[in-house]
Design a protein around this ligand. Structure first.
Ligand SMILES: [Zn+2]
Length: 319
């Protein structure tokens, strides 16, 4: 979206969770009308972090360049295959786009936008009737604003859809972030979430949680399910496992890089078994990553229904 003035009507102070924000100091700051907290704006992107947060440093954002250069894959790295498949995002995002097309004009929030802007804009048909707001905490991300998912700086019911892919495993309190996503969505608004299950630690210290598909449903129990399933299955999980098994023996960075490349070249073909397993309920218990497409309701789905929806190893169900 990249337009501060068009963002203002949906913004709300994350510190007092009440005040509207106004542009101050020649667009270099936003000011809360209630608690008078000031937020910096860097290259037109507000940094809406609570001043009392202890995890992120406001100064990092003030010093940030417009955006970090793209990390291009060069040399032999181009020939090293990806260890995972994505069996969901293209067809589910096409469905999101079709569902949103039934509404006259919509605003979509991406929580953890990273560098997905062009890719997602194309899939969602971003334009005059579909506005997409990109947010992230990563100082190098291509976003419209920086914010913490624990304190989304938006008024309630601001959005028609929220998209969050492989983000909530990296937050300290996923239930709180899920609650914020619920708050900023309209009733009837759409949620598309991807969460890893059988995947080893990535992003180092910023990796906290994994979810089964049932856990994924419970996390977003304020949503009726439109569809759910596998983003990547046990075959992808196996490739990750082989890679991490080998890396467990190696400390030196250069050797780890080399080992990773060798494992991927030798074993990444295994991931294609996921195309065969994608619709097998038995494979869900070992999925690498799951997705959930839901619609916000008032209230929540009963726990018994979440348990009843389980479709994995049926013989283990307690009845
Ligand atoms: Zn305030």
């Amino acid at each position: 979206m990249k337009d501060l003035n068009s963002l203002l009507p949906i913004l709300q102070c994350p510190q007092c969770q009440d005040g509207k924000l106004s542009v101050e100091d020649d667009s270099r700051e936003l000011l809360c009308a209630v608690c008078a907290t000031r937020y910096p704006v860097t290259y037109g992107r507000p940094v809406l972090l609570r001043p009392d947060n202890v995890v992120f440093c406001l100064e990092d954002y003030r010093l940030a360049s417009q955006h970090s250069p793209e990390v291009s894959v060069v040399g032999i790295a181009r020939f090293i295959p990806n260890p995972s498949v994505n069996l969901a995002s293209d067809h589910v995002l096409a469905r999101v786009r079709n569902l949103l097309a039934e509404r006259p004009s919509v605003t979509v929030l991406v929580v953890g936008g990273g560098r997905q802007r062009q890719w997602l804009d194309e899939r969602l048909g971003a334009g005059d009737t579909v506005r997409v707001v990109y947010s992230d905490i990563d100082v190098g991300a291509d976003v419209d604003l920086f914010c913490d998912g624990h304190d989304l700086p938006f008024v309630p019911s601001a959005f028609d859809a929220v998209i969050t892919t492989a983000v909530l495993e990296h937050v300290l309190y996923p239930e709180r972030v899920a609650g914020e996503i619920y708050r900023v969505l309209k009733v009837g608004g759409l949620l598309y979430s991807e969460l890893p299950f059988m995947q080893q630690v990535h992003e180092g210290a910023y990796d906290f949680t994994r979810y089964t598909l049932s856990g994924h449903r419970r996390l977003f129990n304020g949503f009726t399910e439109i569809e759910s399933g596998m983003v990547a299955g046990p075959s992808t999980a196996l490739v990750w496992a082989i890679e991490n098994f080998v890396l467990a023996f190696i400390s030196r960075a250069i050797l780890r890089k080399a080992a990773k490349a060798v494992v991927r070249i030798c074993f990444s073909w295994v991931k294609y078994f996921d195309y065969f397993l994608v619709n097998r309920p038995e494979a869900m218990d070992g999925a690498s990553c799951t997705y959930l497409l839901g619609c916000k309701i008032e209230g929540h789905i009963p726990d018994a229904e979440i348990i009843a929806r389980y479709v994995g190893a049926k013989h283990l169900r307690h009845t």
